[in-house]
Design a protein around this ligand. Structure first.
Ligand code: CP
Length: 312
């Protein structure tokens, strides 16, 4: 694992190894172990060109729990001076960075960085445009495995704005790669991507049918920042047809878990009673993000160190 840019095409063995490595870090996130020294002396630079609450902070916490030095670059003040992305990257590399964590509104931004960094420097994708958010998908898979065990018998329903969602794409690739029994998407036709038929999912436009006998139900928000006017449903209309509530969840299995990558729009894609209720694992997802991001960072730097003949 030289970089971590997408879950598409990753083998079941590698996906499982990420989850197993994250499991091994669980003592660090429940604080029974304070820190591990795996990234001591390494420098991790967070470059977030889009806002983030969960991803940026859990990457930072993960790096700190691995004993790395972490820098959060204020890209707002840097880019205003007209510097190109490439020049910014080269200057940050000159400070001996070992790893970049990047979020950008342009699909392909993380690949662009990965193709321009020096040998031995790793790039982790923290979300690029509509394309991918691979660590989110892996923390979701980790959360599902902790509650449900093996993926093979599971029906997983992803409900909402699939079209604009990098999270949904990365989840679909990860869950299928891990051998999930059935991955469903549930959305109005206008919020489905044009290539949906090629993604290996069952497509539902009716919420009740899409939730039937589901083991896992994942709500996604309407990503208004990526929508054109014609696609924009009103919040009230959307909630009426696709908003998740306790009563609508009655067609799912009684022990179904409810997930959401955040941020939540209460009363739009999910009702507060469900988001805060006993079946919700939404805050657990956030906590699990620390262990999963520790796992990915440790595996990536382990690969880089091996390639350099280094034992660090
Ligand atoms: N799930 C997610 O990516 O949240 P943030 O935008 O807060 O990082």
């Amino acid at each position: 694992l030289q970089h971590f840019l997408t879950t598409e095409g990753l083998s079941s063995t590698l996906l499982t190894q990420i989850l197993d490595t994250a499991e091994s870090f669980f003592g660090v996130i429940d604080k029974s172990v304070k820190k591990v020294p795996l990234l001591r002396g390494r420098t991790v630079i967070n470059l977030f060109f889009e806002s983030s609450t969960r991803t940026r902070t859990t990457f930072e916490l993960a790096a700190k729990r691995l004993s790395a030095d972490v820098l959060n670059v204020d890209v707002g003040t840097t880019t205003v001076k007209g510097e190109s992305l490439l020049d910014m990257l080269q200057n940050l590399q000159a400070m001996q960075a070992d790893m970049f964590v990047i979020r950008h509104s342009a699909s392909g931004a993380a690949e662009f960085f990965a193709s321009h960094v020096n040998p031995g420097v790793a790039v982790l994708n923290a979300g690029d445009g509509w394309h991918a958010h691979p660590t989110q998908a892996m923390l979701d898979a980790f959360t599902i495995r902790r509650h449900k065990g093996d993926f093979e018998p599971l029906r997983i329903a992803i409900v909402g704005d699939i079209r604009h969602s990098r999270v949904a794409r990365s989840q679909i690739h990860a869950f299928n790669g891990l051998g999930a029994g059935e991955v469903r998407v549930v959305a109005p036709a206008t919020l489905l991507p044009t290539d949906i038929e090629s993604l290996g999912v069952q497509v539902y436009t009716d919420l009740s049918a899409g939730l039937r006998d589901a083991d896992v139900v994942i709500a996604l928000r309407l990503q208004r920042e990526r929508m054109q006017g014609a696609l924009l449903p009103s919040e009230a209309e959307y909630f009426r047809h696709y908003g998740l509530t306790e009563s609508r969840l009655s067609s799912a299995k009684p022990d179904a878990i409810v997930m959401h990558p955040g941020p939540i729009n209460r009363g739009v894609e999910i009702d507060s009673a469900l988001a805060d209720g006993p079946r919700s694992v939404i805050l657990e997802q956030v906590t699990n993000g620390i262990a999963v991001r520790m796992a990915v960072m440790a595996m990536v730097l382990g690969t880089q160190a091996e390639a350099a003949g280094d034992s660090a």
